[in-house]
Design a protein around this ligand. Structure first.
Ligand code: CA
Ligand code: CA
Length: 145
């Protein structure tokens, strides 16, 4: 696995976008997936950079969640903005990452991503219920670098 295009089939991509859409129906929180080939810096640092580049740090309630994948490096990160970080359990991101990693190890990238989206979505729904005037602050489409 070294190419971004090989990471997910178009059908799998659609399943992921749909998982994001469904999760966001019940929360003001915003989830995005960014996939790129490789990073020259630590994956977590790069995820923070992407978070900023995608303007994910600009949500009203600071409740954006990013799943970042560097395909060729076999690295991924799931991280959230301050609003969500402040309320979830300390081990939330690590435990979510473990669930995703188990699927990734088996080459099941779609399921890993969908499970990560669902798990993050459940926490967002709990702490950031959807308001009547909710807007889709960040696109649900997968971002590719
Ligand atoms: Ca929203
Ligand atoms: Ca969105």
């Amino acid at each position: 696995m070294s190419k971004v295009e090989d990471f997910l089939t178009p059908e799998e991509e659609q399943a992921i976008v749909e998982a994001i859409r469904l999760a966001e129906k019940e929360t003001s929180g915003e989830i995005r997936v960014h996939i790129e080939k490789t990073t020259s810096i630590a994956a977590f640092d790069r995820a923070m950079e992407v978070f900023h580049l995608l303007k994910m740090d600009a949500t009203a309630l600071k409740n954006g969640v990013l799943i970042y994948v560097a395909v060729k490096d076999h690295q991924f990160v799931i991280c959230g903005d301050k609003g969500i970080n402040d309320v979830v359990a300390d081990d939330f991101w690590d435990s979510t990452k473990e669930i995703m990693a188990a699927h990734f190890k088996n080459g099941n990238f779609r399921q890993g991503l969908v499970d990560g989206i669902r798990k993050a979505g459940a926490q967002l729904q709990r702490y950031f219920p959807c308001a009547d005037d909710d807007t889709d602050e960040l696109s649900n489409e997968i971002s590719k670098g």
